[in-house]
Design a protein around this ligand. Sequence first.
Ligand code: NDP
Length: 325
Amino acid sequence: MKAILIEKPEDTQSVSLTDVNEMKLPDGDVLVDVSYSTLNYKDALAITGKAPVVRLFPMVPGIDFTGTVAESNHPDFKPGDRVVHNGWGVGETHWGGLAERARVKGDWLVPLPEGIDLRQAAAIGTAGYTAMLCVLTLERHGITPDKGEIVVSGAAGGVGSVATALLAAKGYAVAAVTGRASETDYLRELGAASVIDRAELTGKVRPLGKERWAGGIDVAGSVVLANMISMMNYRGVVAACGLAAGMDLPASVAPFILRGVTLAGVDSVMCPKSDRLEAWSRLSTDLDMDKLEKMITTVPFSDVIETAPKFLDGMVRGRVVVPIA
Ligand code: NDP
């Protein structure tokens, strides 16, 4: 089978699109014929080796895939079933989706929801499903559209684009933060009520800033998240899922103890299956598929390796889909 393979015989890693013996696929009770994979920020880190995402070599990257079950020893799946896979360490410690076939635990797979096809599910991918987890987090903390504006950082990226579209569809006013003014029209098309220059969130972090937003979805971390927290309304809630600006958090406790602000972490990788099923079900009803189309860039399997560094330069708009078969 054809696969992207990351090898690290010595100190430096090499990456190639190559033929791999299918017998070398890792253990699992479901074998999937992969139709589409995707590229996420984490895949870019793995392929470029810019962060220690890959824990086992050789590794097939690709944290997402969609496809059709070829063989199954799992009670929930039979050959021909259409499935989507996100996370669970696939592409990090277990061979992933940038290959013609993948073997995984059936417990990791989600049956494709009604109304979403294999390409759309790949386009949503980990980024989109994480965006949905963030929206669910705001909802669970009582942030309804009448409470005020929701700020979304990295809005032109994968998580940010889907979050913007999902929130707008539910009637929230979205303040979309971007470092790329050139993406203003795109963000308006996704439903952003206002577009904010990222520079407004990268200045010196004050313990308390002017109250601006009822909630936030942050993909950046570091000063961006710290500033966002400092500008939350009384009892505002921020769902934090990313580190595009950095791992640190140079914040003060003032927003938490004086404004009752909540910082809620969102993880998609080990997220329990019940939450995944809820997120995918909500994606099938809430996400406007015409807006999803506007987010998609298709990258051939043969161009994956050269595309990966663009993520780390913040140059990718929306979602990248990789047709495999
Ligand atoms: P993308 O590369 O598609 O989007 C990231 C966006 O962040 C960029 O497009 C850019 O948007 C913005 N950005 C880039 N650099 C900076 C910076 N220095 N400061 C502020 N904003 C910046 O990545 P994804 O959407 O796939 O992922 C976003 C983040 O979320 C990543 O850190 C990823 O690891 C994390 N993530 C976490 C998950 C979890 O389970 N917790 C799951 C999925 C993703 P713009 O130009 O519009 O500002």
